[in-house]
Design a protein around this ligand. Structure first.
Ligand SMILES: [Ca+2]
Length: 116
């Protein structure tokens, strides 16, 4: 927590990415997408708005993450989301958090490019 930029925006980004992943997982679980699956996307959609507004703050914050801050993000994610362990997947929670951050940044960049 000693770093200047903190991790609040990054937490919000992770909230968005993991809730989006969960919505996709829930919707596809029965093998088909139906219009009622749209309800699963309300939560992630509520989170993307603020994240887009904060994009100029999120990127520097992510670039500035210290190892301690990253550990805190991993703990945050673990406390909020459940992870399925699959036998053919040896990726750690750390890997997933890192991938989620990268995916989130790319998605925000893309959104900004499309909006522009
Ligand atoms: Ca479905």
């Amino acid at each position: 927590m000693a770093e200047e930029k903190g991790i609040q925006q990054t937490k919000e980004l992770l909230d968005f990415i993991f809730s989006l992943a969960e919505a996709i997982y829930k919707s596809a679980k029965d093998g088909k997408f139906s219009w009622t699956d749209g309800l699963n996307f309300i939560e992630p959609l509520k989170k993307i708005g603020p994240a887009i507004d904060d994009i100029d703050e999120i990127i520097p914050e992510v670039m500035d993450l210290s190892p301690e801050e990253f550990s805190e993000l991993v703990e945050y994610v673990q406390s909020k989301w459940e992870f399925q362990e699959s036998p053919d997947d040896d990726s750690t929670i750390e890997d997933r958090v890192e991938e989620a951050i990268n995916a989130g940044i790319e998605l925000l960049r893309l959104t900004k490019v499309i909006k522009a």
